[in-house]
Unconditional design. Structure first.
Length: 920
């Protein structure tokens, strides 16, 4: 006969059926309790009912598997033996707790029942054992309260009217008794008074629920087990799972464990601790404890807990006795357990303990949650201590935690208490506070007066760029993650929230209205750009330390592990320097057009405008000649800043009309310079108007229509490189042709490259010049015909902003109108402009790489769309076999981390596969 399935796992007295790696079956709590027992750590004996029982219970109309009762009885008998007590035994009663424990921690989302086994028959026995009637009646009143609420009401599906739940009703009974006897707090009630209270409680339960409070230990136990399983599908637990993406199918385990009491007098205590400081990461034992208390008293905040040891006393807790001072022997034992657990789990643990009459018991251990700075510090220090290897260290910090170290952020404490005004897309990282300003010019004027400002616009355009640069944060009502504001802000590492649809911005009256609340120019707001949350008022901020040696050491470990290269999207020598500071190994995208925006751009912009409005090739060539030295100087500066690292320079991409002057003064100036009338300028500008500029005359199409524009840029790039070489410096430019859809476009531009190259070689008397010519793959047709594109292109860079736009047919600047509904209705899982859509756009990328490399096996492939800084997309790029990702300078560290994490995951998966094969 087949062996009956094991539903119950025992633990106690040095023996355990389970292990730490059985979290799926035993839940986190159960698996770790078993592990601690096996390590010889004192844990009250108990047993875990598996998550499979929970699943079976729901699949089988809330019935338990047949063998469960017998297995649980057997385990309980072992617990009784170890504890030398009997469950329900009037002379020598054992009490147990019943707690939930899912695979992933779901703090406070499910139920717990303590003190199970207290009945009218066992109470005298417990009083005789403890010689403490007050304690026993207090435990009984807690049981009635918890049990009637959790088991008799919630699990039974009773939905009481507001404020009429059994717990509230019992609380009122208790208040009444306290008033009658003039007791200020619960602890003022005597044993007799508590006994009377328990009688009232039981009467109230009968009256409200219509059933007597169970007076049988077994009935209490199975009622509690059922209630824990029921709580898996309680409202709180379900919504928590939705938020945390925990599958419903996982189920919870139930842990039944002998009770130990921290509230048995002054030689008893309870506490929670972290094996290292979870806020700073410092390698010091850190925690809180209370004498004569139960676990919930420490976390509930009713009494101020004492510090665990002398070294972690603060200004506020200096006067309180530490455990180290009050119970030195027990403290020593706890420190030994702390060291044991850290060494064993090789990570910071969050532990719970209880001291019952001087005896220490461990009730829980789990990996502790930590702040970003603490995560980095622990990873590095544990690596130095040789507790973990670099491969493990890089998995210990999440990208969001790393982000906390890279930008100024809102003070988390201040943020917790702040009022949320609106939510938008998290377009630029970090946090900032400032006074609301509605135009770029005002932003400049106010900052010149020394004010910090938040520039609030319906949406931004290139003309706002000066205001954007000076603002502490940028806030827009419209636009998506690849909108102008988002791209620019991210490039600068500036805090930015876009697509904040609830804002009604009125730049005219300089007000913004959100849900009936109107804010005016000068009002303070604070932005969390990493989460996309806008707050009212001025919140404090915390500055990062860019030279943080721990961060440098952590990222160096990431670099040793990762396979993907990491470059930056940088448009100027200044950006290039920032990129290098953050560890970029090259520039993956230099958008040449950016030299025409912002400070110092007036002269080149004027010349560019002249070129755009030229009518004849001669006029255009002359304008190009004027523009040439500016373009060359700009590129040379960036090449020099990168000091021999590759720099991918993209030829002009945007539709030309974006550069046409709108104001009359600028138009007049241009007319004068071109020797034409103002009307002429307007007419020529009008002629550039397009219905669909994003799919109009842009990218390579400009270079095909105006070869002299491409030639000027190619010459600027090659001459800049040749000059650097002549100066004894290294430069590796990569000329990138944008928005291509057929190899014929590449052939056309390649001919120009060949022509210019010959001229430059001759001019500089050189035999060769190191550079590459490649293309962006950002149109689906280009991806599908990649085998042909690679006949000319020596590298591909996936422009996933446009590839997503054209793959989905979603305008990247207009998704704000419908994307929130698409996300809410789960039509898409994530905004495809933030995270690569692997199913569709990802397929285009994979096909592109495969076909490209079929033609040119060593084809270098990268990504330069905004997805290059998104961890999930970086994982995809690694798996797709790209050589590098490129993202804004401030996201380079995140990319280094994400690339390392996927490399570790990939290597582990490959190792797993190999060892499975070996076993077959
Ligand atoms: C892209 O399309 O992904 C890209 C990088 O180019 P841009 O955002 O400048 O269109
Ligand atoms: Mg593009």
């Amino acid at each position: 006969m087949a062996k009956a399935k094991k539903y119950v796992y025992f633990f106690g007295a040095g023996k355990a059926d389970g292990r730490a790696d059985m979290k799926e079956l035993l839940g986190g709590k159960g698996a770790n309790l078993a592990e601690m027992v096996s390590l010889g750590i004192p844990v009250p004996a108990g047993f875990t009912i598996t998550t499979e029982v929970c699943t079976a219970y729901y699949e089988n109309r809330r019935k338990y598997p047949k063998q469960l009762k017998a297995q649980a009885d057997a385990a309980l008998a072992r617990v009784e033996k170890i504890m030398a007590k009997g469950f329900g035994d009037p002379a020598n009663p054992l009490l147990v707790s019943c707690r939930s424990g899912a695979r992933a921690s779901m703090p406070g989302m499910m139920e717990t029942v303590l003190n199970i086994g207290l009945t009218t028959q066992t109470i005298p026995g417990v009083i005789a054992l403890t010689k403490n009637p007050r304690f026993v009646w207090d435990a009984y009143r807690r049981l009635i309260m918890m049990y009637s609420d959790v088991v008799m009401e919630k699990a039974a599906g009773i939905e009481p009217a507001e404020d009429q739940g059994i717990r509230r009703q019992l609380e009122r009974v208790m208040d009444q008794v306290k008033r009658q006897v003039s007791a200020k707090s619960d602890t003022d009630l005597s044993a007799d008074q508590l006994e009377t209270l328990c009688r009232h409680f039981r009467d109230k339960v009968q009256e409200v629920i219509g059933k007597p409070f169970p007076d049988d230990a077994q009935e209490q136990l199975w009622g509690a087990v059922g209630a824990v399983f029921q709580s898996w599908n309680g409202r709180r637990a379900i919504s928590y799972r939705r938020i945390e993406n925990i599958p419903d199918s996982w189920g919870t385990a139930v842990n039944v464990q002998a009770m130990v009491f921290g509230n048995m007098g002054d030689d008893s205590a309870t506490g929670v601790a972290f094996t290292r400081n979870p806020a700073t990461g410092e390698n010091v034992f850190f925690g809180e404890w209370l004498t004569n208390a139960q676990g919930e008293d420490v976390v509930a905040g009713i009494r101020t807990p004492n510090p665990l040891n002398v070294s972690t006393k603060s200004e506020h807790t200096a006067h309180l006795a530490s455990l180290e001072e009050a119970m030195p022997e027990t403290y020593k034992q706890l420190v030994a357990i702390r060291n044991r657990l850290e060494k064993h789990y090789r990570d910071m643990q969050d532990i719970e303990f209880t001291i019952e009459k001087g005896k220490l018991w461990m009730l829980q251990t789990r990996t502790g949650k930590r702040t970003g700075p603490a995560a980095v510090r622990m990873a590095v220090e544990m690596m130095r201590e040789r507790l973990i290897r670099k491969e493990a260290a890089v998995t210990r910090v999440t990208p969001a935690q790393l982000d906390e170290l890279l930008h100024r952020i809102l003070d988390p404490k201040a943020e917790k208490n702040a009022r949320v005004l609106a939510k938008g897309l998290p377009a630029g990282p970090g946090g900032a506070a400032g006074r609301l300003i509605f135009t770029a010019a005002d932003a400049v004027a106010w900052t010149e007066r020394g004010e910090e400002v938040v520039l609030c616009r319906e949406e931004t355009n290139p003309e706002d760029v000066e205001g954007m640069r000076v603002a502490s944060a940028i806030l827009t009502a419209r636009g998506g993650m690849t909108s102008h504001a988002a791209l620019v802000a991210r490039g600068w590492g500036k805090c930015c929230i876009v697509g904040c649809g609830a804002l009604h911005v009125d730049a005219h009256s300089k007000t913004v209205t959100v849900g009936g609340h109107t804010l005016r120019e000068g009002d303070w707001v604070s932005c969390n750009g990493s989460k996309g949350v806008l707050y009212v008022g001025k919140l404090d901020t915390v500055d990062p330390d860019p030279e943080n040696p721990l961060l440098v050491e952590f990222l160096a470990a990431c670099d040793k592990v990762r396979k993907l290269g990491v470059r930056a999207n940088a448009d100027s020598p200044h950006d290039a320097a920032t990129a290098r500071k953050f560890g970029a190994e090259g520039i993956g995208l230099l958008r040449t057009e950016h030299m025409f925006y912002g400070e110092g751009a007036d002269v080149p912009l004027f010349k560019l405008r002249k070129m755009i409005l030229s009518k004849t090739p001669e006029e255009r060539r002359a304008a190009c000649d004027e523009l040439f030295p500016h373009v060359k100087a700009d590129i040379k500066g960036t090449l020099a800043a990168m000091d021999g690292l590759p720099v991918t320079i993209r030829l002009l991409d945007p539709p030309l009309h974006e550069f046409v002057p709108q104001g009359e003064e600028k138009q007049r100036e241009l007319a004068q310079s071109l020797g034409i009338t103002l009307e002429d300028v307007r007419a020529r500008a009008e002629a550039l108007h397009e219905s669909n500029p994003m799919m109009g005359h842009r990218g390579v199409r400009l270079g095909i229509t105006y070869p002299e524009v491409s030639q000027m840029q190619i010459r600027a790039i090659l001459e800049a490189a040749a000059e650097l070489r002549a100066e004894g410096k290294k430069a590796i430019p990569e000329i990138m042709i944008p928005v291509t859809c057929t190899v014929n476009e590449l052939k056309d531009q390649q001919a120009l490259v060949e022509k210019v190259k010959a001229e430059v070689l001759q001019k500089f008397n050189l035999k060769k010049l190191d550079f590459l010519v490649g293309t962006m793959i950002e149109i689906p047709r280009a991806a599908l015909t990649a085998n042909k594109m690679a006949e000319v292109a020596e590298f591909f860079s996936f422009g996933t902003n446009d590839l997503t736009q054209m793959g989905f047919g979603f305008s990247r600047d207009d998704i704000g109108a419908f994307m929130p509904d698409y996300l809410a209705k789960k039509i898409v899982d994530a905004d495809p402009f933030q995270t690569i859509d692997q199913e569709g756009v990802g397929e285009l990328i994979k096909v592109g790489i495969e076909r490209g490399r079929a033609t040119r096996p060593k084809l270098k492939v990268g990504i330069c769309g905004e997805h290059g800084g998104d961890p999930a997309s970086i994982h995809f790029c690694h798996k797709a076999g790209m050589n590098y990702v490129s993202c804004s300078p401030f996201r380079v560290p995140i990319a280094r981390l994400a690339a390392a994490q996927i490399a570790v995951k990939d290597a582990a998966a490959k190792k797993g596969k190999k060892s499975k094969k070996g076993k077959r």
